[in-house]
Design a protein around this ligand. Structure first.
Ligand code: ADP
Ligand code: MG
Length: 240
């Protein structure tokens, strides 16, 4: 049908995507027994074409992270749909969800909390390889982890270290390497440079651009900073 054709044009498409959070602590809700909701995302539509970067910009609290998590299927929507390569991600069965986890990866804002402090870089980056059965032997895993570290500007000398031994920018490089481990097509980056020093931000943004070119990645790039969005995006969606 017409609508299927339209949907397949885009790598990612959100239609009427909606997320309400119940506010349990709300006094009125408790007194009346009615559910009061916070409308974090209220019926939004957007698309991302294969190979492009859609910048998603808006002030703090407008629902950007919620949107990113919805289209990564890290959150269930209240209503609406999100299509990845034409398939509604909210109607997938468990084996298809596992496949989606290989296609769509996420880079979080805070490189301090996103890396487990008790695991080495080897353990952190090889975990997705294990989950998706992408490396069988220890040596194969190690080879791939070093390859990934090299892609993000780190090296073999970093493989057995712990997250606390790295700067914020280096940690974000590690988080990017982990996201790339499964060779995803789409990377959703939620304010990936917001927690970094301004001098480091440009380096990480350039890394994102360089990786996009080399690996033909598609990006949904979330930021609240317009200069960051301008630097990285092909198109911009503004959220209110
Ligand atoms: P942004 O990333 O643009 O700053 P968020 O998507 O994090 O915005 O949040 C949008 C709104 O939803 C905010 O008002 C936030 O407080 C609220 N919110 C986010 N997550 C939750 C949650 N788990 N429970 C309740 N409210 C939430
Ligand atoms: Mg956010």
């Amino acid at each position: 049908t017409m609508s299927t054709t339209m949907t397949n044009e885009y790598f990612l498409e959100a239609k009427g995507l909606t997320k309400y959070y119940p506010i349990r602590s709300d006094l009125l809700a408790r007194m009346t027994g009615r559910t009061v909701v916070l409308k974090a995302v209220d019926g939004i539509d957007f698309y991302v074409r294969r190979g492009e970067t859609l910048g998603l910009v808006g002030e703090s609290g407008c629902g950007k992270s919620t949107t990113g998590r919805l289209v990564a299927r890290l959150l269930e929507p209240t209503a609406g749909s999100a299509y990845v390569q034409g398939r509604d991600i909210f109607t997938l069965d468990p084996s298809e969800i596992l496949k989606l986890r290989k296609t769509v990866q996420f880079v979080f804002q805070d490189p301090y909390s996103s890396l487990n402090p008790r695991k080495t870089i080897m353990q952190i980056i090889s975990r997705p390889l294990e989950v998706h059965g992408l490396a069988s032997s220890f040596l194969e895993k190690r080879h791939r982890v070093i390859e990934l570290l090299t892609m993000v500007g780190l090296g073999p000398e970093h493989v057995d270290r712990y997250p606390h031994e790295f700067s914020g920018g280096q940690r974000q490089r590690i988080a990017i390497a982990r996201a790339l481990a499964v060779a995803p097509d789409l990377v959703i980056a939620d304010e990936p440079v917001s927690a970094l020093d301004v001098s480091i931000q440009a380096q990480i943004l350039n890394l994102f651009r360089q990786l996009q070119e080399e690996l033909h990645l598609t990006y949904l790039f979330i930021a609240h900073d317009l200069s960051v969005i301008r630097h990285i995006s092909n198109r911009v969606a503004v959220m209110y």
